[in-house]
Design a protein around this ligand. Structure first.
Ligand SMILES: [Fe+2]
Ligand SMILES: [Fe+2]
Length: 189
């Protein structure tokens, strides 16, 4: 395992205090995302920070997330946008406010990890994929795609996106326009 630097230790302390129920998933997401980043020559420091911060917003309830976003961005989301989607933006706000992370690439990777968007950077895609594929989730499909991501990134990433979309549709949940745009950006060249 890659050692934690001082900034990362601060974030880990926060996770242990406010998100103990999420610690295993976050640490596992960090490990996998670093492995993928190493394979594709993406900055592992940035990857590590983005992974550690990606779910920080999950310490809050939906209403609290709504308020944090309203206070910060002056945006009021409709009720069908729940914490499952809101936490990504809240996590990037916490990363910036609590841990002084100003690097846009890192903040974008945190913010886009739930719905994605067209033209995602490699760092954004790695966090999005590792979040789904990390082994503590114990998903059968994830296991198969996890091996593939080190061989053919684009193909495996599309599969991750398809799995996420299928999940949302199977639950009759709201599918973000941005996710549709992400899907289209991957299948139309
Ligand atoms: Fe998340
Ligand atoms: Fe996550």
């Amino acid at each position: 395992m890659k050692e934690f630097n001082n900034k990362e230790l601060e974030i880990v302390k926060y996770i242990k205090e406010y998100l103990p129920f999420r610690e295993k998933h976050i640490i596992s997401t960090r490990e996998l995302s670093i492995e993928i980043a190493e394979k594709y020559n993406i900055d592992t420091e940035k990857t590590s920070i983005a992974a550690l911060c990606h779910d920080l917003g999950k310490r809050y309830k939906d209403d609290e997330m709504r308020k944090i976003i309203f206070d910060n961005d002056n945006i009021e989301y409709p009720k069908h946008i729940t914490g499952a989607l809101l936490h990504a933006r809240v996590s990037s706000i916490i990363a910036e406010k609590e841990f002084n992370i100003t690097d846009k690439e890192i903040l974008n990777a945190i913010e886009s990890h739930t719905v994605g968007h067209a033209n995602m950077s490699m760092l954004e895609k790695i966090i999005y994929a590792a979040d789904y594929l990390e082994p503590t989730r114990k998903l059968e499909t994830a296991e198969r795609i996890r091996e593939k991501i080190f061989i053919d990134f684009d193909k495996a990433f599309l599969e991750v996106v398809l799995e996420s979309i299928t999940f949302v549709l199977s639950k009759n949940q709201y599918l973000s326009d941005k996710t549709i745009e992400l899907y289209n950006s991957l299948v139309v060249n």
